[in-house]
Design a protein around this ligand. Sequence first.
Ligand code: BEZ
Ligand code: FE
Length: 268
Amino acid sequence: MTTASTGKTALQQRVDAFASDVIGRINQAIIDHKMTYEEYDAVKQWLIRVGEAGEWPLFLDVWVEHTVEELAAHSRHGSQTTILGPYHLPGTKELASPATLPMRPDEPGDRLVLRGQVRSLDDRPIPGAALDMWQADANGYYSGFHPDAPEGNLRGKVTADDQGRFEVETVIPGPYTIPLEGPCGELCRAAGWSPWRPGHLHLIVGGPGHDPITTQLFFQGGEYLDNDVASAVKPELILSPTEEGGDGSGRRRYGVTYDFVLEPATAT
Ligand code: BEZ
Ligand code: FE
């Protein structure tokens, strides 16, 4: 449906308003910073390289997604959420709680047992809830994206019990840097920005009749919590695991409880 005064559909009006605003702000920044032709050409070449390197998803997830996510989170009432990022892979191994995420026999890193319950806003357990989990290994490498991490490593979809309770054993992930060799890394160097993310677990938590949430869990005392390149840390998402004794291999073993609260499914 078009508006008589503009001849534009509602979508065209929204695109017009947003795109005009973005282009106007870029032009104003050029004026404010007195950009030279040499700088314009360098920026243009850099933008072309971002596309050629396939780094637009990375660029957007590092420097833009957090704002979209914070806006969306304002209208939600369940557990705290944060960005998805670029490293989720669908269709990973299905596991039943209690579960151990797939890992190498000699997987480096301290062990972590994450326990909790998935409940609805009115505090009822959600039977059949599931946690789709992925994370970097202790060296900061994601399987599917780094040759040193075997396929499917530290990824899995864990189904909770009939009380929505879950227990998942994994390793404590290491901090992670965005790829340094491509144009996004180049931008970090050119601007003197840290390229690091603090160690974190990724989760999409869902359950029958409820809207899934996308979140991450961080670790108290972890490096880069205050300087996450992707600006995705929220205080409610910081875990404080306690040591629960070693496994005889010299590695430490930690445990922590974290419950998730989901909203009822929104009618579509
Ligand atoms: C991550 O969670 O690993 C991530 C998020 C945004 C950009 C890059 C990586
Ligand atoms: Fe991540």
